[in-house]
Design a protein around this ligand. Structure first.
Ligand SMILES: Nc1ncnc2c1ncn2[C@@H]1O[C@H](COP(=O)(O)OP(=O)(O)OP(=O)(O)O)[C@@H](O)[C@H]1O
Ligand SMILES: N[C@@H](CCO)C(=O)O
Length: 310
């Protein structure tokens, strides 16, 4: 029996639409992600558990875990008879890479179970393909950090999907999911197909400057450049009271604020734990729409997908 854990992630990080993503680890030591357990069986069977299993399609064939199994069998030209248990701990359509968590944990578990017929590069390509089928377009900013951990820059060149880049270890990342759903495919459809010359130049300046600031350890410069001019202007209407909440967060001492992936999760960066706790309490009392919503103070998870327990 093998049990694999895959962490939640933030895509875009304001300044890198589809090209920057980070894996998350709550600072209280708890796990925030999906788990897959796999063992041999006489037939293929999928059991679904976890807090957010109620959000999943009823038909097993519509579950991406089934899709991962199906593609994997096709690639290795063998029907693998296994019992898979999915612990669906990440809410769907939250902007925290819920589908990536299920895809990455499933493929890593099946590959391990079969004595690794696919190398890391083949696996990540397959993860991106399956993620792309769900959201309408391939994007690696959730699957790459979820798989490898750390802060990932998507390269997609020379057969290389992503690379780990440096990050500021003193930054705390607060994430708040209000408890409502925004399908990634819909949040992508509201974006323009084309951007002006001015926006393209500005975006290049911000992203290139941000990466430079990371490599030269200039955290103040990085924060100044961490602006979203690609998605935020169009997606704010999907996020409850975005402008008011942003103002309040900065007032309380957050040093950056943005939409996590396609939302509605928002993220705040803090460099002070006391402020992070104050922000967390405020969000718990004012941002959550129902009892499913949550707020976590996180750091960057550097391990990515891994075997746990047993
Ligand atoms: N195991 C699974 N985990 C997550 N989504 C699944 C799973 N199986 C099937 N789905 C379907 O895939 C779609 C995932 O939607 P979407 O991409 O919006 O979610 P998401 O991955 O949570 O988004 P984000 O990457 O912004 O966090 C939903 O329609 C959902 O029903
Ligand atoms: N980069 C993707 C992430 C989805 O979570 C988007 O913003 O659409």
């Amino acid at each position: 029996m093998i049990k694999i854990y895959s962490p939640a992630s933030i895509g875009n990080l304001n300044v890198g639409f589809d090209v920057l993503g980070t894996a998350l680890a709550p600072i209280n030591g708890k796990l925030l992600g999906d788990c897959i357990t796999i063992q041999s069986n006489q037939i293929f069977k999928l059991i679904i558990k976890g807090n957010f299993s109620f959000q999943l399609p009823k038909k097993i064939e519509q579950n991406i875990v089934w899709k991962c199994w199906h593609y994997f069998c096709k690639i290795i030209k063998k029907k693998i008879l296994v019992l898979i248990i999915l612990e669906k701990n990440m809410p769907i359509g939250s902007g925290l890479g819920s589908s990536a968590c299920s895809i990455v944990s499933t493929l890593v578990a099946i590959n391990k179970f079969c004595n690794k017929p696919l190398n890391q590069n083949k696996l990540i390509h397959l993860m991106g393909k399956i993620e792309g089928e769900i959201s309408g377009e391939p994007h690696y900013d959730n699957v790459a950090p979820c798989y490898y951990g750390g802060l990932q820059l998507i390269i997609q060149e020379n057969n290389l999907i992503s690379q780990s880049i440096p990050f500021f270890k003193h930054w705390l990342w607060i994430i708040a999911w209000p408890g409502i759903k925004i399908p990634t495919s819909e949040a992508r459809l509201i974006l323009p197909n084309e951007y002006s010359k001015h926006t393209c130049i500005e975006h290049s300046r911000l992203l290139a400057g941000f990466i430079h600031a990371l490599y030269t350890n200039q955290d103040h410069l990085a924060l100044k450049l961490m602006k979203d001019i690609i998605a935020e202007p169009y997606r704010i209407k999907l996020i409850p009271k975005f402008i008011t909440i942003k103002k309040k967060m900065l007032q309380l001492g957050a040093i950056n604020f943005g939409i996590s992936g396609s939302g509605p999760t928002i993220f705040m960066i803090c460099d002070n734990k006391k402020i992070a706790i104050k922000i967390t309490l405020w969000l718990e009392n004012n941002y959550l729409k129902n009892k499913n919503g949550f707020v976590h103070i996180c750091k960057i998870d550097t391990q990515g997908t891994r075997k746990i327990g047993l």
